[in-house]
Design a binder for this molecule. Sequence first.
Ligand code: NI
Length: 184
Amino acid sequence: MALRDIITLPDKRLRLVSEPVQKFDKDLRKLVEDMFETMYEAPGIGLAAIQVAVPMRVITMDLAKKDDPKEPKVYINAEVISASNEKAVYEEGCLSIPEYYEEVERPVSVKVKYLDLDGKPHEIEASGLLATCLQHEIDHINGILFIDHLSKLKRDRVIKKYKKAAKHADGKPAPRVEPTSRGL
Ligand code: NI
């Protein structure tokens, strides 16, 4: 396993639409292993492959509570096939937008289809935190960030802040960001 670098705003690759996985081989398993290691280290509860600069439709997630046994989940080529009309608001953060949190409104439940690591199809009905995380990560593989669900004013303000920070970094290593417990 190896840790990979998480790319952050304003990296343009976060806007790529990721490609579907076609080969369920050892390269895919390696990517998934690395994503879990990177996600746990961050620490985060969800990660899309594009966040480690790989534009493939691969998502890792673990929603287990801090001291409970790990519950690693992999969602490949995941797609929302239906969503409830009822909405819920959750405070979201993102490992690619460190230290920024904002309330986002999304459907309270969604039906999602995906493939597992062996390429076997599955369908789940998700609600609560799982529904929010799946929608957040599926957005990532479509080049969408949670700030896109905010008002233009708020979004522009965040983008500007991260652009400015990137400019100031000037080739020097990025300032260390304190880990958060709810990174996605
Ligand atoms: Ni995210």
